[in-house]
Design a protein around this ligand. Structure first.
Ligand SMILES: C[S@@+](CC[C@H](N)C(=O)[O-])C[C@H]1O[C@@H](n2cnc3c(N)ncnc32)[C@H](O)[C@@H]1O
Length: 404
């Protein structure tokens, strides 16, 4: 699936595994030609020319006479969901490939939005991931941040005055800011301990998801090379990030590199799984974070179970379209949840959006003419509010009707 779309690969025609009859080939009868059936031959006593020519049968011939046993495991039509007890909407019941218990996709936590590819194991059988508190003294190491960074060293834990002066000078909002709807840089939490707690919550979430932290797009020759991500390949063009906004983008990246992250905390919710919450007020039009992870061709990811695949480039030639998949590595963007597109309350919850931009001439980070996905606040967000955006682009392909 990609969002915005996060793409659901089987948004339609869902079938639960119960509709699959399991056929098992029990035993292939050994088929020997009559001529050699009972002969006892000692290979070492024979020259190659004296070896009798065995008449070999093709696999098709063998399979034609082999016996099959049709094993209908159980009557899957009577399976009830282990969570709600109901057998309704049987086409949305997933069967565990280990214990054969059934679960509605919407009753699982987090919700499963489509039938997984390949085997699926229920929370009990797969040992559901546990989010463990990440030790704060290991946080800087986890994010590979140099502790000597001056901004961490003020006594009260706030950003050093010198640094904030610098920031004010550089980021002084111009008078025309409102009219031009410039991107605003995120304002990190003032309190050093709170910033550490935020980072620790992200480290816990990444560790529970078996992911590494990565705050950039990650290219590899085995998947898609960096040269594949060129905004000029985008079908119909893509909006260019204005020069002033590139400065904001650079400022925010520079802050993150020194361990000054956006004021966000990852929390576990029994209904929505991992979620992201504002840890301080965030103003409308604030650049929150970039969507990061491995870059690959969409074609290679059609059978991928990663539930956070994001569109990066929609090329004229579909085989050149790219996605970001935060499966092995990524940042906090991967934990931001989606709105339910089918309810008014769901739509009201949206407070940020994912926007794809052509980022030109960002010299400092050697980005030139690449597509990037930025997450931007679409209204003022209060401290403690959860972040949500719309996983669907125009195609409405991501099934969100069960979202809370
Ligand atoms: C990109 S992940 C977001 C992080 C995810 N909650 C987690 O625990 O890793 C998308 C998945 O989160 C869950 N999700 C996202 N938004 C949701 C919502 N509004 N209500 C319930 N589950 C949601 C669904 O399981 C979806 O497949």
């Amino acid at each position: 699936m990609t969002k915005n779309g996060i793409l659901p690969r089987s948004s339609d025609g869902r079938v639960s595994k119960q509709s699959t009859m399991r056929l098992e080939l029990t035993r292939l009868e050994e088929v020997k030609p009559n001529s050699v059936k009972d002969e006892v031959l000692s290979p070492c006593m024979m020259s190659p020319s004296s070896v009798p020519q065995k008449k070999r049968k093709s696999m098709t011939e063998i399979l034609a006479v082999a016996k099959y046993a049709v094993v209908e495991r159980d009557d899957y039509n009577n399976v009830n969901c282990e969570k709600c007890g109901s057998g309704d909407q049987s086409d949305e019941i997933l069967l565990c490939d280990k214990c054969d218990k059934g679960f509605h996709m919407k009753c699982l936590r987090p919700i499963v939005v489509r039938v997984p590819f390949g085997s699926w194991f229920c929370p009990e059988c797969c040992g559901q991931r546990r989010v463990r508190r990440f030790p704060q003294n290991k946080v800087l190491e986890f994010f590979r941040i140099q502790k000597s960074c001056e901004t961490w060293d003020t006594k009260d834990g706030s950003l050093s005055p010198q640094d904030s002066r610098k920031r004010r000078r550089r980021w002084a909002p111009p008078v025309f800011q409102k009219k031009r709807r410039r991107l605003l840089p995120f304002i990190p939490h003032k309190d050093h301990d709170r910033r550490l707690q935020e980072m620790s919550s992200l480290a816990s979430a990444l560790t529970a998801s078996k992911m590494e932290f990565c705050d950039d797009l990650y290219y590899s020759q085995a998947l898609a090379p960096r040269s594949a991500n060129q905004a000029k390949f985008e079908k119909g063009g893509i909006q260019v990030l204005p020069r002033e906004d590139i400065e904001t983008f650079e400022q925010c990246r520079a802050m993150c590199k020194t361990g000054i992250f956006p004021p966000l905390v990852v929390r576990y919710d029994s209904c929505e799984g991992l979620t992201v919450e504002a840890d301080a007020p965030i103003k409308d039009m604030t650049f929150i974070t970039e969507y990061t992870g491995d870059v690959d061709f969409l074609d290679n990811r059609n059978n991928d179970d990663c539930d956070g695949i994001m569109t990066l480039l929609l090329a004229n030639d579909p085989s050149k379209s790219l996605v970001i998949f935060p499966d092995k590595r990524g940042n906090i963007a991967r934990f931001i949840n989606g709105i339910n597109n089918h309810s008014i309350d769901g739509k009201k919850k949206q407070n940020c959006k994912c926007v794809r931009y052509n980022v030109c001439k960002c010299v400092r980070y050697n980005v030139n003419g690449e597509c990037r996905v930025l997450i931007v606040a679409t209204r003022d967000i209060a401290e403690g509010e959860r972040l949500y955006y719309d996983y669907n682009g125009h195609e409405d392909a991501y099934p969100t009707h069960h979202f809370i």
